[in-house]
Design a protein around this ligand. Sequence first.
Ligand code: SAM
Ligand code: SF4
Ligand code: SF4
Length: 342
Amino acid sequence: MVLADRLGRPLASLRLSVTDRCNLRCRYCMPGDDYVWLPRASILSFEEADRLIGVFARLGVRKVRLTGGEPLLRQQLEHLVRLVASRREIADVALTTNGVLLARTAGRLREAGLHRVTVSLDTLKPERFRAFAKSERHADVLAGIAVARQAGFANLKLNTVVIRGFNDDELCDLIEYGRANEAEVRFIEYMDVGGATGWSTDLVVARREILGVLARKYGPAKPATGAKDPAAPADQFVLPDGTRFGIIASTTEPFCRTCDRARLTADGVFYRCLYAEDGLDLRAPLRAGASDEQLAAMITHRWRERTDRGAELRLAVPERGALYQLAALRADPHREMHTRGG
Ligand code: SAM
Ligand code: SF4
Ligand code: SF4
């Protein structure tokens, strides 16, 4: 029997944040200078994470995405990939990474059974990257993309958060880069969640506007035909020359009604929504010796009660600003995007 929430949404995918640490400081995610980190002893071992994934899989999860923080900061992440990919129920194991460490890890991850990689790439300009992500390592990101392709990751995806006045003049260049590198660009609307303390509506470049910019150069994009997973966040489009790209309109046209995603933080707290105020700690019962059945019962109860529609509800907030300011994030680091996993 399918485990469904109060709005009839199944539990089908899991985003696992494997670490809250990051080697970049993207302004829309980690704009601060210092952070309250999760205590090291609280971080799940790969065996613990895999055991919880096994429990989620019993309840219907078929897709797992490893994220963070920066997941490649976890040493030997390929061990976790191998554990998860060898689970019969899990049909898809994917990774979202900033790409800085990808060149040196892609081969091992591929060999361990990782199916898909998404690399975040907001700009093609090293000086913008320096200003926006506080890093000199833009070339390493581009090298990571190249090596991932060579390692056999077909269908690479590139995530670009579009922010007015920062990178909205690079949309066509990113499309060209994606085409040249056989990678599909997915433009993401800037969201007000987690560490996005500088968020405001005027910085959001909406899907309609993105389509307008691309149409002026390439002609109008058409929605892609073919089977689409209704729960997939990106809407797929095709340019007149056949180039495919995606738009994740998470801010102006949220897709909560079909959201089948659970989130698990690196310290084992289960969230039902990116915006959820509270999570359920699974680490404590896991370490106290709870059985798989007991853990499954806790998750089941929690999912059955789920009514979350975080991004949709935010649409109704008048004079909306960032969801949290720094003090609120410091009070509970689980509210951070880099803790909860994007
Ligand atoms: N560090 C990895 C990376 O950057 O790909 C994985 C974690 S990151 C939190 C996951 C995704 O969330 C990235 O593609 C990032 O661009 C996106 N993200 C972070 N903050 C965001 C925001 N305020 N609005 C929209 N997307 C955001
Ligand atoms: Fe940037 Fe990802 Fe790190 Fe956030 S977690 S600061 S999006 S690289
Ligand atoms: Fe799912 Fe929450 Fe995002 Fe809506 S805001 S799509 S319910 S995670």
